[in-house]
Design a protein around this ligand. Structure first.
Ligand SMILES: [Zn+2]
Length: 102
């Protein structure tokens, strides 16, 4: 197994995981429930992680992760409905499902 992505924001990690699985890549999430528990500041060791279980799907997985990460480098957008900040890769507010304003 190979670690392909980790981030303190579980939503971003799950977004990567869904994209990989949609491409037919077998993945496993680690530390899914440890980040930010009990009001503590999550440290790097407890960030959720996406692992690719099959070595021969690794190159494809890395390309998908790279393409999503380049989208995430766009500025965050602000939800007008619930005032949540959302990553640029998201077309809908992760909290209230309102569509990204254009
Ligand atoms: Zn919202």
């Amino acid at each position: 197994m190979t670690l392909v992505y980790t981030h303190e924001n579980l939503t971003l990690v799950m977004n990567i995981n869904v994209a990989l699985q949609n491409a037919g890549i077998k993945t496993q999430i680690k530390n899914q429930f440890s980040a930010g528990g009990r009001g503590e500041i999550p440290c790097f060791e407890t960030w959720p992680e996406v692992w690719v279980t099959s070595e021969f799907q690794l190159e494809q997985a890395k390309k998908i992760v790279a393409s999503i990460m380049s989208q995430q480098q766009q500025p965050d957008w602000h939800c007008n409905n619930c005032n949540e900040d959302n990553g640029a890769a998201f077309d809908f507010c992760w909290q209230c499902d309102t569509a990204k304003p254009h």
